[in-house]
Design a protein around this ligand. Sequence first.
Ligand code: ARG
Length: 448
Amino acid sequence: MANLSKSTHFDWRLAKYDLLGSRAHAEALADKGYLNPEELTELLKAVDQLESRVEKGSFKPKDTDEDVHSALERGLIEIAGSDLGGKLRAGRSRNDQIATEIRLFMIDAAAEIQSLLISYIEQLTIQAETHMGVAMPGRTHFQHAQPVLLAHHLLAHAWPQVRNLQRLEDWQGRASLSPYGAGALAGSSLGLDPSLVAEKLGLKAPEKNSMDATSSRDVASEFLFICAQIGIDLSRFSEELISWSTAEFGYVQLSDEFSTGSSIMPQKKNPDIAELTRGKAGRLIGNLTSLLTTLKGLPLSYNRDLQEDKEPVFDSVDTLLLVLPAINGMIKNLVFHTQRLEELAPAGFSLATDVAEWLVRQGVPFKNAHEITGQMVSKCEELGVGLEDLTDKQLAEISKELKPEVREVLSVSGSIKSRDGAGGTALPRVLDQLMELRKIAPRTDLEN
Ligand code: ARG
């Protein structure tokens, strides 16, 4: 029973937040006269002492302590004596304590994750800026579709993380409400002011319903969803880097510092960071799934099942704090093979849409333009040549609409330049995005 019940091996991580809660709660007790000013001073001093013992590692949970709360209460009583130390339990319960502490932990973790996401966006913008004019094949269905700028493609991986930043910010509004004061489930009869505790903890306000405050964990599952989404978005870029670094693609070279060799094949350079990032996405989804499954069908209010929220939260935070610095370093050190990217940009008749749209500008209905261009592609396939290689005569044989001037659009640079509608791949539009992203993730590698 004791082994099953014990949580100190993981919830000890919350010690700092438990002590913050104790300080705030002591103030709330003193505010209503349950501690006189001397007792408050004494108690706060004892909390400080306990905290420094915890930090030094000289105070640790014992085998007989069930959780972080009971261990720290024992520690406080050891320092302040049971008459004074025992007063702190009035008007609070481990149920409102834990619900508050996991929020404080997640809020701090979210700030670390946010700052690493900003670096991720920064690294993508730096690579984009370094390769601003470089064209590459754009794909749909993984087939060559239309040429795009490499910068456009890289920045397409920045925006999902901008949304994840926004999600974290929005989540924080809900996470910043304090369950403290809810007691075990029904609230406190001591007339304490929970907004005083909330304020001391840096939270906006107390929660509105003591039963909801102690028994809901959607703030944790929402956080785990955002972590999982971050992982999924990172895994999509990772997957591309894994493909791009093969001989068949030859788009990019991973630096030696951010790849690994093989114990048997001397020539190998493996994209392990990208693979691990892709793999860890599974784990992040697992953590979310685990908590959602725990919450499903739980009756109100606190149930011990809720203790199962902590390990998934800790694991998702640890995973992202491990993955993000590695992937940021890897992006910084990517070497793109720009000539190869440029050469492949027109492959797979990727300028066919440009021909069709040129015909539309000449007044041909799009349906006919689509057919005429399709015939051009068939002709090229038959002859084994590119669209730009057809002679004036061959063009005219396909359709009288195909004047020699069509060649103006049969270049990758012309195609890219023409896609200058909002959000398009034309250079000015990519620069627009870059400026927007810079507001979120300024360059930190340059002086001023
Ligand atoms: N260790 C518990 C948790 O993580 C703290 C609350 C325990 N409450 C209780 N009544 N046993 O949820």
